[in-house]
Design a protein around this ligand. Structure first.
Ligand code: PCA
Length: 198
């Protein structure tokens, strides 16, 4: 059976929960289509993220890597097109405050998703799940995990497709912070639809 490594993140900044953590925990161990899902939830810590994702790819030897993250304020499932070689933004959960540094001093400026992003967008919309292609995954941990995964796969010439999906807040956060929100069920269903299409 083929394998998908599905990753999410723990809560961070003002978000006291993270819908990607719940989605990953629910789907971990499930079989969808021809894939067995292995779920991992990562800390929002720049210093750890590269080692975590590369070790998991090494150990799990997945056929596909789908990383998930919360984009509080966005209102669609955002299929990210590209990761950039840069970290910037607010302090992480360890207190490190990035300031525009490169992720990899010798790495390319950008790395494109190798998931079928147009097909995923179409599959979601077909099921009336609002989705779009996003041209920026930001400069925070989500961009970093995507860049690290794609860089490791490219450098080692592995036959693994990888990419990143941002999801909106769930209602728990939407109620607290007055940002657009979806039910956790709909978010998890969107992830399931993406895996089915892959
Ligand atoms: N979202 C953040 C980091 C963790 C998460 O779930 C981001 O968009 O970078």
């Amino acid at each position: 059976m083929k394998k998908i490594l599905l990753t999410g993140f723990e809560p961070f900044l003002k978000f006291r929960s993270n819908p990607t953590e719940a989605a990953v925990n629910e789907l971990d161990g499930q079989e969808i289509g021809e894939y067995l899902i292995t779920g991992k939830v990562y800390p929002v810590v720049f210093d750890e993220i590269n080692a975590l994702i590369t070790n998991d790819i090494k150990e799990e030897q997945p056929d596909v890597v789908v990383c998930l993250g919360l984009a509080g304020g966005r209102h669609t499932i955002d299929i990210e097109r590209i990761a950039i070689n840069c970290v910037d933004g607010r302090p992480d959960n360890d207190g490190f405050n990035p300031d525009g540094e490169k992720i990899d001093a010798a790495g390319p400026d950008g790395l494109f998703s190798t998931l079928p992003i147009k097909d995923l967008e179409a599959a979601l919309k077909e099921r009336e799940i609002p989705a779009r292609i996003s041209n920026s995954a930001g400069t925070y941990l989500c961009n970093n995990v995507m860049y690290s995964a794609l860089s490791y796969i490219q450098t080692n010439q592995l036959d693994i497709r990888a990419g990143f999906i941002h999801v909106p807040a769930h209602h728990e956060i939407g109620t607290e912070l007055d940002v657009p929100s979806w039910s956790q069920e709909d978010i998890t269903q969107a992830v399931r639809t993406i895996i089915e299409k892959i």
